[in-house]
Design a protein around this ligand. Structure first.
Ligand code: GDP
Ligand code: MG
Length: 151
């Protein structure tokens, strides 16, 4: 089982799409093991988007990510990192494939609904960035065998 970190961005909170996006993630079969609303600040955003500090849009990105709370989620499933990135779609909502979350809900390169970790390594780092010990839960999964027959 793999875990990955998801943020529902301020645009998603403002557009009242929290439930709709969570529904798509759950329907796929991923399990929510951590969930909370958070107000992000410069410190956490500079760290989270460190790979983008030199880009011209960085100040807009930080300001947008601080403009309202986000919903932080940790979800679990087989190959969860790749599965979630596939459901999320390409970065720019106008280029993301229909059927993906960004492809279905976003018209923007920046206001693109959702963040998802891009590798197992970043998922480990990002889960620690947004969740404290005790905020990620382990609980039995009685549906496991219905979700995962051997490949
Ligand atoms: P992601 O992993 O698909 O979210 O993409 P990146 O890690 O490359 O970028 C992080 C976030 O920065 C994206 O989700 C967008 O919100 C924003 N972003 C990326 N590229 C652009 C861009 O060209 N213009 C603007 N305005 N925002 C961007
Ligand atoms: Mg990224």
């Amino acid at each position: 089982m793999e875990k990955t970190l998801i943020l529902l961005k301020p645009c998603t909170v403002q557009r009242r799409l929290i439930g709709e996006v969570i529904n798509r993630i759950e329907r796929k079969g991923l399990r929510i093991v951590g969930l909370k609303m958070m107000q992000l600040d410069d410190a956490i955003l500079n760290e989270h988007y460190a790979h983008l500090t030199e880009r011209p849009f960085f100040p807009w990105l930080v300001s947008s990510m601080k403009s309202a709370p986000v919903v932080a989620m940790c979800v679990e499933g087989n190959s969860a990192v790749t599965v979630v990135r596939n459901i999320v779609g390409a970065t720019n909502g106008r280029k993301a494939a229909p059927g993906t979350i960004r492809g279905d809900y976003s018209m923007s390169g920046q206001e693109n609904i959702i963040h998802a970790s891009d590798s197992i390594e970043s998922a480990e780092i990002e889960m620690k960035r947004f969740f404290r010990e005790g905020e990620i839960f382990e609980y039995p999964d009685p549906l496991h065998d219905f979700m995962y027959a051997p490949d």
